[in-house]
Design a protein around this ligand. Structure first.
Ligand code: ZN
Length: 138
């Protein structure tokens, strides 16, 4: 069995954003040389997500509106976590959107559904953060 590990770094200039990281994960897969196996992609920070969905800007806007309804950033004083920081909403958004995805690798390719793309979801940006890519297989 082969293994591969890489950290992808992001520095999102805004508080929140969604970034399609499917090309970077594909690059990792090529580098790994693994043809059959599994890839795990996870955010290494508790205020960011990795998830799979459609690369469609209307949907991304809808996610943003929906997440702001569930866990509005303002007023920051509504959250007990916000003592000396202001990112309680980002922790809650991360929990809803998830920590990681696992994708099958078949014949050297990500075995995604027709519209599935892998996204990094940032909820407390403006600093450097990491995503772990771990691939196992043969
Ligand atoms: Zn926090």
């Amino acid at each position: 069995m082969k293994t591969y590990r890489k950290e992808l770094w992001f520095h999102i200039p805004t508080r929140r954003a969604f970034v399609n990281i499917t090309p970077q994960v594909n690059e990792c897969l090529k580098e790994s040389g693994i043809k059959e196996g599994l890839v795990l992609v996870n955010a290494m920070h508790i205020t960011a997500s990795v998830f799979i969905n459609d690369d469609e800007s209307g949907l991304h806007h809808d996610f943003e509106v929906w997440l702001e309804k569930l866990a509005p950033h303002e007023p920051v004083r509504q959250y007990q976590h916000n003592v000396g920081e202001d990112n309680a909403d980002a922790h809650l958004k991360r929990q809803i959107m998830g920590r990681e995805v696992v994708v099958a690798i078949t014949e050297g390719r990500l075995d995604l559904g027709p519209w599935e793309q892998i996204f990094y979801g940032e909820f407390d940006g403006r600093r450097r953060k990491r995503v772990l890519v771990k691939i196992i297989g043969q």
